[in-house]
Design a protein around this ligand. Structure first.
Ligand code: FAD
Length: 464
């Protein structure tokens, strides 16, 4: 059996821990079944955003008539767009591989591993044991138990990246952020898209009015069926079929498309690793249980990133990786702070936010709400942005920002100043202290804060 000071499982955000452990002179085992670099680089953030950037340009051109510009797209080179997407991935992979080849005191196991006993794994025919172990094994697409689906050659966010011909039509099962982003991409490329979403809302973790605005916008470019659960799938010689059942009426409808894209959430890789063999507990959904110090139920084993199911974003996994390492080797342990976690959905319109939704905030706080439309500020008006808006959720007693959510152009950039203020514990007055450039879209943030009202009064008035 080979013994190591540190075992790092997973080369996504696990790479940050590897880097720290290696620089500190520890003997390290690095385990990843591939592709090297993990989800974000290979099948997540990077490829999806490489594809969405041209999709955004397409829709802007299609909507240019709002500005008095008569523009027409003559052709879209789908093959070239897919090839461009792979370029930065290939470059990063080559760079990472070169770094690993020259490293001393480090064994890279490029194979699937699993725990066989306490602190001990089996990987690539070897047994390896670690003093400190970091489980950063990520998640994979969750495939729901839909009748017949296993016999259909469906796409996931992973296999979609391998296609070189645009399917004429795609049925997307699911309505979360992956569906919102890829439906935008596929529709912009010219595919006829149908979304089937269980429950009343697309991107259901968001403010309901943001989900509705997204649904209205996407519905102009594709068919969106909410409250529709896919119950059966079939592959025929003339395409794929999904049977959808209406959540309330139970009525069934048949949807036909050239391909099916399954985008129904993510599932932890903890099961493949057999973490129970080393005494690491998982929750009822199979995600690894951790405390705020990112410690698992087993001493000297930490877990972080998607494998834990907490805030499944790359920026969160990266921050957790840094903290887990500091907690493992530093003198003072620190808790991971989640009150100002930003998120974005790179659909069209774009969505971004931070902190609590109004429904979450009202459980523990008296709140004020403030909204402003893009068209309320000069730049938004210049852009003829009619539907986008921002929503602020403020603690009524302390004026702390509890949550802030935006739908519309550049939402992911606009939210950053709110994230920064929340991260340093400032309140809305801290944010308002800085002058905001006129006429820039950042005035939207100040405008939402300038429109605060007490929602409990609104309800009372309605009740009277
Ligand atoms: C389509 C899509 C788009 C996304 N877009 C964004 C975005 O725009 N912004 C954002 O912040 N986040 C985005 N995410 C989420 C982001 O990709 C993840 O939160 C992040 O990559 C998680 O990193 P991780 O290190 O926890 O796991 P991963 O990067 O998944 O790394 C885990 C690694 O462990 C390896 N592994 C697993 N089990 C084993 C085993 N038994 N043996 C050996 N190796 C194993 C895997 O092969 C993998 O390489 C997106 C995700 C998807 C799917």
């Amino acid at each position: 059996m080979k013994k190591y000071d540190v075992i790092v499982i997973g080369s996504g955000s696990g790479g940050i821990i590897l880097d720290q452990a290696y620089r500190a002179g520890f003997k390290v085992a690095y385990v990843d079944r591939g592709p090297l670099g993990g989800t974000c680089l290979n099948v997540g953030c990077i490829p999806s955003k490489m594809l969405i950037y041209p999709a955004d340009r397409v829709v802007e051109i299609q909507e240019a008539h709002k500005l008095g510009i008569n523009a027409e797209i003559k052709a879209i080179d789908f093959k070239a767009i897919m090839a461009r997407m792979r370029q930065p991935i290939d470059e990063s992979l080559a760079h990472m591989r070169a770094g690993l080849q020259h490293a001393q005191n480090l064994d890279f196991y490029e194979a699937e591993g699993q725990f066989i006993s306490n602190y001990t794994m089996e990987v690539a025919g070897e047994e390896i044991r670690g003093e400190k172990i970091f489980i950063v094994a990520g998640a994979r697409p969750y495939i729901p138990p839909i009748k017949g689906l296993d016999k259909v050659n469906y796409l996931t966010n992973e296999t979609l990246l391998e296609i070189t011909e645009l399917p004429k039509s795609v049925i997307i099962i699911g309505g979360g952020y992956i569906a919102a982003e890829y439906s935008h991409f596929l529709a912009a490329m010219g595919s006829k898209v149908t979304i089937l979403q269980q429950g009343p809302h697309l991107v259901p973790q968001n403010e309901p009015e943001i989900s509705t605005t997204l649904q209205n916008a996407l519905s102009k470019r594709m068919r969106v069926f909410t409250n529709t659960t896919a119950i059966e799938a079939k592959q025929t010689t003339s395409g794929d079929i999904v049977i959808g059942e209406h959540d309330e009426s139970g009525e069934q409808s048949e949807f036909k498309g050239e391909r099916i894209l399954v985008a129904t959430g993510r599932q932890s890789n903890a099961d493949v690793l057999n973490v129970k063999k080393t005494g690491v507990k998982t929750d009822e959904r199979g995600f690894i249980e951790i405390n705020d110090y990112l410690e698992t139920s087993k001493k000297n084993i930490w877990a972080l990133g998607d494998v834990t199911g907490r805030y499944m974003f790359k920026h969160v996994a990266n921050r957790e990786a840094q903290l887990a390492w500091n907690n493992a080797v530093g003198e003072h342990k620190q808790k991971m702070e989640y009150h100002a976690v930003p998120y974005a959905v790179f659909s069209y319109p774009q969505i971004a936010g931070v902190g609590l939704t109004a429904a979450e905030a009202v459980k523990d706080h008296e709140i004020l709400l403030g909204t402003a439309k893009y068209s309320d500020v000069a730049k938004g008006e210049a852009m003829v942005e009619e539907d986008g808006f921002a929503k602020a959720i403020i603690d009524k007693n302390t004026y702390k920002i509890l949550g802030f959510h935006i739908i519309g152009p550049y939402a992911a950039m606009l939210i950053q100043e709110v994230v920064d203020i929340m991260a340093i514990g400032g309140n809305m007055w801290t944010l308002a202290q800085g002058m905001h450039i006129h006429p820039a879209l950042t005035e939207l943030i100040v405008s939402a804060l300038g429109n605060l009202y007490d929602p409990s009064h609104v309800h009372q008035n309605h009740a009277q």
